[in-house]
Design a binder for this molecule. Structure first.
Ligand code: SF4
Ligand code: SF4
Length: 105
């Protein structure tokens, strides 16, 4: 289907195909954005001070916290942006190519 901006005034949902469907709210967890990742974050337990900066800065809620402490990354949803590694004040997080890990991503 082609779209001409001159038709904007007569636009209606019935005339145009839907671009996407959100069948229910809160379904973002179903989209495993980890498939985009070329590098993964790895946390050094010894260096980590449990400040939780990585948890607050992660745009994908992919830093997993239990009892107020970082315990792991959710690699199903971590897309490897590296924000956590950039923001960690003690450089406890480093980014590594997926090819370093068995099975990759
Ligand atoms: S690399 Fe990006 S998406 Fe993955 S845990 Fe760090 S901040 Fe979150
Ligand atoms: S930002 Fe760094 S020091 Fe703070 S909790 Fe995360 S890994 Fe640990």
């Amino acid at each position: 289907m082609t779209w001409d901006i001159k038709d904007i005034q007569k636009w209606s949902p019935e005339e145009h195909e839907l671009g996407a469907v959100i069948p229910e709210a809160g379904n973002a967890t179903l989209y495993k954005t980890g498939g985009w990742r070329s590098e993964r974050p790895v946390r050094d337990e010894e260096k980590c001070t449990q400040c939780l900066f990585c948890y607050f800065y992660c745009p994908d809620t992919a830093v997993l916290v239990e009892d107020g402490k970082v315990v792991a990354f959710d690699y199903d949803h971590c897309k490897g942006c590296g924000v956590c590694a950039t923001e960690c004040p003690v450089d406890a997080i480093t980014m590594h190519p997926e090819t370093e890990f068995e099975g990759g991503c």
